[in-house]
Design a protein around this ligand. Sequence first.
Ligand code: KIV
Ligand code: ZN
Length: 520
Amino acid sequence: MSTNRVHIFDTTLRDGEQSPGASLNVDEKVEIARQLEKLGVDVIEAGFPISSPGDFEAVSRIAALVGDQVTVCGLTRARPGDIDVAWDALKGAKRPRIHTGLGVSESHLKHKLKMTRDQALETGVAAVRHARSLGCPDIEYFTEDSGRADPEYLYRVIEAVIKAGATVINVPDTTGYMSPEEYGALFAGILNHVPGAENITLSAHCHNDLGMATANALAAARAGARQIECTINGIGERAGNTSLEEVVMALHTRRDAYGLTTNIRTEEIYRTSRMISTMTGILVQPNKAIVGANAFAHSSGIHQDGVLKERTTYEIIDPKTVGINESRIILSARSGRAGVKHRLQELGYTFHNGDDFEKIYERFLRVADSKKVVYDEDLEAIVSDEVSTVPQTYELEQLQVTCGDHNIPTATVKLRHENRAVLLDADTGNGPVDAVYRAINRIVQVPNDLIEFTVQSVTEGIDAMADVTIRIKADDMIYTGHAAHTDIVVASAKAYLQALNKQIARVSGRPEPARQLEHV
Ligand code: KIV
Ligand code: ZN
């Protein structure tokens, strides 16, 4: 059948549900079918009706539910009993299809079916005739394990089942054995050698054992297949099936190369992917093409700069095309100034003073070195910490602490005075933070009482930023200090120094600039 439209046959609810651990209940299957209809698939393989009462119910409910644009299909073995039950489940469908078939490889004939070639061929023909006799207008025949079969026998089987009334021939590479060149050639061979093949639809059904399911399905389409069988997120037996989003987006993005179209509403792809992942509990690998968390995320400084200047520099698909709002800029140690500034601007910060941004960027790099990813909350903590304009009478230059269950907590502190003098002292305490505060007090010598000390984790995870707030009291005045750092003790020292600097500024009569972020 030579048009340039490829039909998308979704088997998430049948082959996809055969993924280890992916069991769906009937209500979930019905909800997925509704979403697949929205997505615009041509065929929904809703289940294997004779396999369980749940599958029977799912197929009949889906058959009754979907509209006349979607074919609902039920799988059967080449057995009259299976076909009767499937037909019963499908009878409410506006477009029903029975999907029956039998193995064609020597391995299947000998070990699984224990039949001769002729016996298997006759069994397949009888199955198609039986489905026809029930009045089923649309019969798909699968030649299981075609990838390892003798092509001459495959041609004979296909010719015979077409004559018996099959409307679609599914040529599965059941074990994911073939290369794209071989699988494409198999379809070309069928079209060249099987009389009548040009009048029916040839279907590609691939498994991903060698990671070639998408490439194989596309090769088949190039060679004349006009139906591709696939699953959302590529779930399925073993390494899975051809992934719907990959073939659809390959055909869409490379229309120039394939010249083929589908009826898929691509904007529904991401929503459908999330739904399948949530309901089956099968996580999508982060680097999965099209729907993985990193599919539109940019991490290195060079890429971030390129994408911010022009998205297409590093993206061949606009994320909106698949229903993802926007590309993501991941801030990490590899991010450059452009990425950090862009994110800060999105968070509402503008920088009139280049020095402020440089200070933030330098601090960002230090934080990023000790964390894998710098989140928005981390950035905000850095900004409030760095852009504070309290006069910096003392700044932390270096800090060293020893502590542990058998050590006396001891801190050595090096501070830089605004007159550039570097001052060093050490002390012990009840714990590392107490030791640090005592060492700082020995240098600064401004009496006060610590009245509050709180530590909060800014983001999640063991590598999160610690956000320390302290309040000290002197002469009935309260001074607040606040700092964030991946090291709790460093954050505590900086918060304390900030409060002390405010105290010193007040005592010495130096006004605090109006742009100060923290308030006493
Ligand atoms: O992989 C396969 O051969 C199948 C058939 C049952 C269609 O899933
Ligand atoms: Zn399969």
